[in-house]
Structure formats: structure tokens, C-alpha cells
Design a protein around this ligand. Structure first.
Ligand SMILES: NC(=O)c1ccc[n+]([C@@H]2O[C@H](COP(=O)([O-])OP(=O)(O)OC[C@H]3O[C@@H](n4cnc5c(N)ncnc54)[C@H](O)[C@@H]3O)[C@@H](O)[C@H]2O)c1
Length: 253
């Protein structure tokens, strides 16, 4: 078991990539906290923390809005009350609303930057404070995107937010390496989740995305969960400030 005796928070764990990361971490022995603004939905099977507990694992859901500092503070306090400490944080909560810049409002911009970038800032900050307080050589994984490396049409705020996540990851990795905290990013390509449902339902777009991927397929949430497991485990102890691109080769072209 690669995460035995570890406690991990996954933001946005109620669906898609986050849900799969929760399941993978639990399978590897971690106690898991799903921190999502959305209660765990019942459609498509058991809610994730219930599923983990039914399989003999340990997991709780804590309603959290990553855009709100007080909500994130409460998340950290409640997770510590429940499990005593936190070793791992995966900043996965994210939103995507496509619109070209000239048609989008300031509100459109704020909504995306608030969740994707400010949410990542809020969670890193509270978690790093806890790790420093308790001398925990912890692991933080920030979910960026290939949109942080290459342009993605009609997504100005999304690209800016994810570029910011990468830059923040590199900076924090430098500051906290001396404390033994690893901070890395993952940049997923196109993954089959709710976020990409509209794209995938458009046949032309779906084919374009498959053809644009050298493996000629889209990614599965578990492709990202495996990468998150590596970055959360001791196997990545000498990896810091890295961006692990999991995109089937999209950005190598
Ligand atoms: N699916 C992809 O192709 C893809 C590609 C690159 C990056 N990503 C990134 O991966 C992450 C997960 O995306 P996904 O595809 O699983 O999407 P998803 O929509 O299935 O899941 C996102 C989760 O984040 C939660 N969330 C949204 N706002 C929140 C808030 N304010 N506080 C707490 N939780 C909040 C949602 O409730 C949801 O459960 C996101 O950061 C996304 O930008 C996804």
C-alpha cells in the first residue's frame, strides 16, 4: 500500500478526475477527505466516500467552497479533528465555461479565476500552514491543464487560470522544498468527465480531439489518478515543482 497511514484531501472529489483520485488513494490505504462544493451525487453509483467506506476504507465528505478562505480554513480544521493530520492535498476543483474574450463579461472571468486559481491559492496556503505547524513533509498536487502550456480556443480565463496554477506551483515548490514539502502539478489532456461532456457529444469535436491525440483516444479519469498517486507517494520524493503532463502526447506535437 503506497499511502498507508496517510491522510489526503482531494478538492472537487464528487465527480470526474477528483472522484477517481479519492478511490485510488483509498485503495492505496489513505484516509480520504472529499472537499467539494457539491454534495456527492447519487446518479451513476454510490457517492464516493460511501463507496470507500463500504469497501472497508476511511473517507468523509466535507462541504467546501475553495473560493472562500473561511470555508477552506474550516475544511482543514474539520479534517484534522477527524483524522489528526493531513499529509496530502490535491487541488483538483475546477470549472470551465468556454467563451471568447470579446463576448465574455468580467463576471465570467472572475468565476473561473476564483475557483481555478484563487481556490488553488487558498488551499495551498491553509495546507502549507498546517504542514509547517506540525512538521509534516507533505505532498501537494495542483491540477493544471494542457491549457496552461498551449492555447485552447475560446478559453481565455481558463488558460490564464491554469497558467497561473503552474507558475504558482513552481514558486511554492521553491519556497517549501527546504521544509520537505513536495509541490507538483499535473496537466491533463482531454479526459472523459462532466467537464468535457459537451465537447464529446459534438461528433465533429469529439473526432477532432481524438485525432489530435497521438494515442487516438481521450484520457480516462484513472489516467490522472495514477499520476496523482505517484506524486502523492514517497516514490516522487525527489520530484519538486514539476509539471507531469498526462495528455496522450497532445502537447508533444
Ligand atoms: N476533464 C478534462 O479534460 C480536464 C483537462 C485538463 C484539466 N482538467 C482539470 O481537472 C480538474 C477536474 O476536472 P473534471 O474534468 O474532473 O471536472 P468535473 O466537472 O467532473 O469535476 C470538477 C469538480 O469540482 C467541483 N468544484 C467546482 N467548483 C468548486 C468550488 N468552488 N469548491 C469546491 N469544489 C468545486 C465540482 O463540484 C466538481 O465536483 C479541474 O481542475 C479541471 O480544470 C480537466
Amino acid at each position: 500500500m503506497r499511502l498507508k497511514d496517510k491522510v489526503g484531501i482531494v478538492t472537487g472529489g464528487s465527480s470526474g478526475i477528483g472522484r477517481e483520485i479519492c478511490l485510488k488513494f483509498a485503495e492505496e490505504g489513505a484516509k480520504v477527505v472529499n472537499a467539494d462544493v457539491r454534495k456527492e451525487p447519487r446518479e451513476g453509483g454510490e457517492p464516493v466516500t460511501e463507496l470507500i467506506r463500504n469497501n472497508g476504507g476511511d473517507a468523509i465528505y466535507i462541504e467546501t467552497d475553495v473560493t472562500k478562505k473561511e470555508s477552506v480554513k474550516q475544511l482543514v480544521n474539520r479534517a484534522i479533528e477527524e483524522f489528526g493530520k493531513i499529509d496530502i492535498l490535491v487541488n483538483n476543483a475546477g470549472v470551465y465555461y468556454p467563451k471568447p474574450l470579446h463576448e465574455s463579461s468580467e463576471d465570467d472571468w472572475d468565476k473561473i479565476i476564483d475557483v481555478n486559481l484563487k481556490g488553488t491559492y487558498n488551499c495551498n496556503k491553509q495546507m502549507i500552514k498546517h504542514m509547517l505547524d506540525k512538521d509534516i513533509e507533505g505532498k501537494i498536487v495542483n491540477i493544471a491543464s494542457i491549457a496552461s502550456i498551449v492555447g485552447w480556443e475560446n478559453s481565455p480565463a481558463y488558460c490564464a487560470s491554469k497558467g497561473g496554477v503552474l507558475a504558482l506551483t513552481r514558486e511554492l515548490a521553491l519556497d517549501y522544498a527546504k521544509k520537505g514539502i513536495n509541490i507538483n502539478a499535473i496537466s491533463p489532456g482531454v479526459i472523459k468527465t462532466q467537464m468535457t461532456k459537451a465537447f464529446r457529444e459534438d461528433e465533429e469535436m469529439h473526432n477532432y480531439m481524438k485525432q489530435s491525440t497521438p494515442y487516438k483516444r481521450l484520457g480516462e479519469p484513472k489516467d490522472i489518478a495514477h499520476a496523482a498517486l505517484y506524486l502523492a507517494s514517497e516514490e516522487s520524493n525527489f520530484v519538486n515543482g514539476a509539471n507531469l503532463v498526462v495528455d496522450g502526447g497532445w502537447t508533444t506535437q
